[in-house]
Each structure stands twice: as structure tokens, then as C-alpha cells.
Write a protein that binds this ligand. Structure first.
Ligand code: F6R
Length: 604
């Protein structure tokens, strides 16, 4: 997601900012920009797409002497990825970059516009710089104006601001989004939203705490805490290993990405929910005119999210929905009718089989939609409409946060269609919107949960195979759990509908057969429980994941008592991801780069 860098010193500021942004590329972004203040001269550059575009734009811009500079990589949330929406944002004589969300931006913007301020972008960020310049007129010093501005902002933010009114300094504020300052023996100061841009430049770093704000120049680091008291920075030594810094202390990217799900799902939801409706600015409702059926098509994990979506679409949006494995669909001469909305789902947007089915649907004249994590990917460019999942770059080959955000988007899309079709009472839509807001806390990994899974994973390293079982929407989750385990542990695992075990696979049941049973409290609990009892009676080794204690299991992983089966779905998703992770780590495998697998499958 978005990244921030800042620099004060005598070296080549432009290069330092661009290099810093490159170090943040792995987080994902769709536009970037820098602003540099040298004495009285401000220069700012922005570009959509990759950093090479920004490099190209800045190639004739030279920075040699003392300068202050800020830079940003933006992952679009408020407003499309355009140059105008890219950071830094300009006031009259100041620039700002920002990560997070200013929740009260609409009110502040309204008031500023009433006072005659012109806004150039659709972002929430731009209010910060205009509010600062408004306060500059009524406060004695730029710092007082900045402090007042911070008091007026609600939401989560990491902010850097540079201004001609104090041209030797960078103002900063941190609340809910990460921000670090680094220093070195040459007296330079660096800012960044994570460690990596600072490695190699700084010996010591200070991690700001929520509520900290202040300013920094060559001779001062002024920090004020949330109570308004000045405080000393606490510098600690910076690691010199970039790869481990990118992992934020986690053992593997996959582990980091499992932990990140709470944040990225919050990003997926951001700006898309009101009290009573799901808002997809990117969708024209005419896309659904004349549509009687939805066909979902994808591969692998994305196929599992599509399968999950089919339960929601039929149950809540009351629309006929079918799901297809792309590699099968493309060769089976399918019948495609124009009253079908063809939806492809892909983390990368480049998977060859899925892309081909999208081309087929377009050729057949169907309306098309892609749910994707990568803007400007082949599928996004080809489809009539797209919804971005906003998971940020996923480095672990085994998909985790991409799946989580896909299911989140599908749940939102279900409610969006349900509202259009009037198929769900408004009270129920509002209830489910409130539930959607709870997903970020449902997927938070707790120490006790992780420890428990770490401990019990040692019992599941051998045996002759795993069955992940579930009913209804927990069946696709069982498929996904089994796929995760297969991919990174190389153990045989299958996902199965709980009710199907007795039609064949139960013949395999013995103590060496491991059953991971998903038992949601709020969906077909009794039925799914009987299926587990059938396996238990045949001495299969059983690990139950549920909110309700289950005494016939060998192992029991308790999730919290959520209010709805969809929240149970998300909590169980985290459990099966962690279980695969811990089993794989115990087996000594390369979790992030499992054998034989590639992140983006662009061949048939
Ligand atoms: C599994 C995994 C793969 C992908 C599949 C489709 O962890 O990542 O199964 O889901 O190759 O890829 P995308 O979603 O990029 O189309």
C-alpha cells in the first residue's frame, strides 16, 4: 500500500527520494511523486504507474546542495490513480504526503471550499495542506499552525509536510500509520513509512508513537506527544538486512501477509461502505441491466473465493450463479448467453487460463467484470469493469491476503447487487454492512491462537493424508485450507464437503487420516457435527475448528463466538492458513517459495 519517504541534507535529494520509494515498491502502488524544496524553490513531479515513469519525468531535475524533500507511492483509495490524485499535494506554498485516511475530510473540505479554496484532487489528503495554510494565517509560527492542523484531523495518518514558511524543516505527524525517522553521523535526517528505505543510509532510527507530531531540521528533532508534551526521541540501531526488514520481523512473507490481513481488509472496505449501502464508485449500475445470471471463472485460490461467492450471490442477491475452473471452461465449448455477467477473479490479473476465458466471454458479447489485485494488469485492461481488491503486493507464493480481500469484495458485491435487485430487506443489508466492518478485527491473529496452532502442528506432520471438511460456504474454505497445506507442506490434502465423506472417502478413515473439520456455530452446525462424529467413530484423527467445544475431537482450536457465520468464515480462514504455515515450517520447507510453484501462472 502507500509508502512515504523524506530527506533533509546536502546530498542528491532527488536520488535519495527515488531510491527510497523503490525500496517501498514491494508494498504495491499505482502512482508516485516527490516534492523538493531548495531555498525558495519548490519542484514537484508526479507520475501514474511504475517508478520508471517518475524517473523519466525527473531526469532533467538536479539537486545538489541543501534541500528538504518528501516522496510518496500511492495505492488509490479516495479517487482514481491519476496524476492529480497522486501525492505530494500542493497548497499555496506547501506540499504534503500522507498514508491512511482522514475521516473528517469531507467536512473540512466543505468549509475550506466555502472559504474559497480550490481543490485539485479527489483525495482526502489535500485537505491537510489547505487546512495548514489556513492556520498559517492565524497562528504565530508554522509549527503552531501545524499543531492546530493535526488537532483538527480525525482518522489514521502518517504525514510529512514541507513549507516555504519554514524551508529548512519537515513537519511530521503519526497516528495509526507507521512512520520512522533515521539519522547518521553526517547529520542527515531520513523519514520513511518502514525500515527498508533507511537501511544503508542511517545507523539509528526512532519509531514514532501514535499521537506524535513535530518537526525536524539539521539541528533539531522536535517531538510532541499526544498529551502535548515535548519528548526526546528514542533512537535504536537499525538492522542492515533489507530482506528481513521487509518481513517486519516475521519469519516468512506468508506469515507477515497472514498478519496483514486485518489491515488490507480495512483498506478493501475503505470508502466503500455507508450505513445502508455498499458503494463501488468504479461500477456503473448499468453493468447489471438485463443480467439474469452470474458466471464466475478463475483458477486455484481465486477459484475458491469464486466458489464462496456463489453461495452469497444466490442466498442474498437471489441471482443464479455458476462457477467455472478457467482451464476447463476454455476448452469445453460452453454456452454463453448475453444475460450472463461474466466475472473473472485473479490476484495477478495475468493468469493465462483465466485471461483466455475473459477473451472468450468478450468475443461472445457478454458483459465482463474482473475482481483483481493489480491495476493495469491484462485482465483489468480487458474487462468492461473492474474492482480492485487492495491487498497490496503478495510475496508469498501461497496466496493468503489476496484470498481474504477477494472474499471481502464478493461479500460487498453481493450486497451491492442485492440492493440493486431489491432482493434483501434494507435492515438486513445494514446488518451485513455492520458485519463487514467487523472483518478486520475477526482476522487479527492473537498470540494465544498462534501459539496453540504452533504447538499442535507437530501432531500433523506424517500420516497418509488430510481431509479438510466443511458444509456450504465452509466447503470452499475447506478446499482452500487443503490447497494451502498441499502447496507449502507437500503433504496430501483434500477439501471435501462434510456430507460427502460417507459416499466414499470415509473408507480411508483411520488414526493416520487427519481430518480438519470446520464447524461454524451459525451454519448447519448439527449437520456438520454429525459428519465429524461419523469420522470420529472410525478413529480418524480429528482437529475441530469451532466456537463450540467438541469433545469427540483429538484437537480443538477455538475461534471466538462471532455474531455471524461469515465472521466465523474469516476467523477459520486465518486458522487454516496458520496451520499450513506451522506444519510447513516444522517440515523445514521454503514457505515463501514452495517447490514447483510460481506466483503468476502465465502459461497454460
Ligand atoms: C494458491 C495460488 C494459486 C493462484 C492461481 C490463480 O495459493 O496462489 O492457486 O490462486 O494460480 O492465480 P491468480 O489469482 O493470480 O489468477
Amino acid at each position: 500500500m502507500c509508502g512515504i519517504v523524506g530527506y533533509i541534507g546536502n546530498k542528491n535529494t532527488k536520488e535519495i527520494l527515488l531510491e527510497g520509494l523503490k525500496e517501498l515498491e514491494y508494498r504495491g502502488y499505482d502512482s508516485a511523486g516527490i516534492a523538493v524544496l531548495q531555498g525558495e524553490n519548490f519542484e514537484s513531479f508526479k507520475a501514474v504507474g511504475k517508478l520508471v515513469n517518475l524517473e523519466e519525468k525527473t531526469k532533467n531535475f538536479v539537486t545538489q546542495n541543501f534541500a528538504v524533500g518528501i516522496g510518496h507511492t500511492r495505492w488509490a483509495t479516495h479517487g482514481k490513480p491519476t496524476e492529480l490524485n497522486a501525492h505530494p499535494h500542493l497548497g499555496e506554498s506547501s506540499y504534503v504526503v500522507h498514508n491512511g485516511i482522514i475521516e473528517n475530510y469531507a467536512e473540512l473540505k466543505k468549509e475550506l471550499m466555502r472559504e474559497g479554496v480550490t481543490f485539485l484532487s479527489q483525495t482526502d489528503t489535500e485537505v491537510i495542506v489547505h487546512q495548514f495554510e489556513k492556520n498559517l494565517k492565524t497562528h504565530a509560527t508554522p509549527f503552531e499552525a501545524f499543531s492546530q492542523t493535526i488537532k483538527e484531523l480525525k482518522g489514521a495518518y502518517a504525514i510529512l509536510l514541507v513549507t516555504k514558511s519554514k524551508s529548512d524543516s519537515i513537519f511530521f505527524a503519526k497516528h495509526g500509520s507507521p512512520m520512522i525517522i533515521g539519522k547518521n553521523s553526517e547529520n542527515e535526517k531520513y523519514f520513511a513509512s518502514s525500515d527498508t528505505p533507511l537501511i544503508g543510509h542511517c545507523s539509528d532510527v526512532n519509531y514514532f508513537e501514535d499521537g506524535d507530531f513535530g518537526y525536524v531540521n539539521l539541528s533539531e528533532i522536535v517531538i510532541v506527544d499526544k498529551e502535548g508534551s515535548k519528548k526526546q526521541p528514542h533512537f535504536s540501531k537499525l538492522s542492515t538486512n533489507k530482506l528481513s526488514a521487509q518481513k517486519d520481523g516475521f519469519r516468512f512473507f506468508m506469515e507477515k501477509e497472514i498478519y496483514e490481513q486485518s489491515v488490507v481488509i480495512a483498506d478493501t472496505l475503505m470508502g466503500r461502505l455507508s450505513e445502508s449501502a455498499v458503494l463501488f464508485d468504479e461500477l456503473d449500475t448499468s453493468l447489471f441491466n438485463g443480467i439474469n445470471e452470474i458466471k464466475l471463472c478463475a483458477c486455484g485460490t481465486s477459484y475458491h473465493s469464486a466458489l464462496s461467492a456463489s453461495y452469497l450471490f444466490e442466498r442474498y442477491a437471489k441471482i443464479k450463479t455458476s462457477v467455472e475452473v478457467a482451464s476447463e471452461f476454455r476448452y469445453r465449448q460452453p454456452i454463453m448467453t448475453k444475460d450472463t455477467l461474466f466475472v473473472v477473479i485473479s490476484q495477478s490479473g495475468e493468469t493465462a487460463d483465466t485471461l483466455e476465458t475473459l477473451k472468450m466471454a468478450k468475443e461472445a458479447g457478454l458483459k465482463t467484470l474482473v475482481i483483481c489485485n493489480v491495476d493495469n494488469s491484462s485482465m483489468v485492461r480487458l474487462a468492461d469493469a473492474s474492482i480492485l481488491t487492495r491487498a497490496g503486493i503478495e510475496k508469498g507464493v501461497a496466496s493468503t491476503k489476496a484470498f481474504a480481500t477477494q472474499v471481502t469484495v464478493f461479500w460487498m458485491l453481493t450486497l451491492f447487487v442485492a440492493k440493486l435487485k431489491n432482493s434483501l430487506a434494507s435492515g438486513e443489508i445494514a446488518r451485513q454492512i455492520a458485519l463487514l466492518r467487523e472483518i478486520p478485527s475477526s482476522v487479527k491473529v492473537t498470540d494465544s491462537m498462534h501459539e496453540k496452532i504452533k504447538r499442535l502442528s507437530k501432531r500433523y506432520l506424517h500420516g497418509h493424508g488430510f481431509f479438510f471438511i466443511g458444509r456450504d460456504i465452509f466447503y470452499p474454505l475447506a478446499l482452500e485450507g487443503a490447497l494451502k497445506l498441499k502447496e507449502i507442506s507437500y503433504l496430501h490434502a483434500e477439501g471435501y464437503p462434510s456430507g460427502e465423506m460417507k459416499h466414499g472417502p470415509i473408507a480411508l478413515a483411520d488414526p493416520e487420516l487427519f481430518t480438519i473439520a470446520l464447524l461454524p456455530q451459525y451454519l448447519l452446525y448439527e449437520k456438520a457435527k454429525s459428519n465429524v462424529e461419523e469420522l470420529s467413530a472410525r478413529d480418524s484423527t480429528i482437529c475441530v475448528i469451532s466456537a463450540i467445544e467438541f469433545d469427540k475431537a483429538d484437537d480443538f482450536i477455538q475461534i471466538s463466538a462471532c455474531r455471524d457465520y461469515m465472521l466465523e468464515f474469516f476467523e477459520m480462514m486465518v486458522v487454516v492458513q496458520l496451520l499450513s504455515l506451522e506444519i510447513s515450517i516444522r517440515l523445514g520447507n521454503d514457505v515463501d517459495m514452495p517447490r514447483n510453484l510460481a506466483k503468476s501462472v502465465t502459461v497454460e
